[in-house]
Write a protein that binds this ligand. Structure first.
Ligand SMILES: [Zn+2]
Length: 62
């Protein structure tokens, strides 16, 4: 499970930005492209990279 944990920690900075209301101009931590698609739907946050296809879903901390 260490790989999953690493991936999660890679996303953490991006998740923090989104939770702070910064949804634009975010850089993918994996491919370094500004191709992240952010979807905040109620209590859930989902972030997907249109470039490398990695994604994460998390709970909005608000
Ligand atoms: Zn990417």
């Amino acid at each position: 499970m260490s790989a999953d944990y690493d991936e999660l920690s890679q996303w953490q900075d991006v998740l923090d930005e989104v939770m702070n209301g910064h949804e634009d101009g975010l850089t993918c931590p994996f491919c370094d492209k500004k191709s992240l698609e952010v979807d905040t739907d109620g209590p859930m946050i989902s972030i997907k990279c249109k470039e490398c296809g990695r994604w994460i879903e998390g709970q909005n901390a608000f």
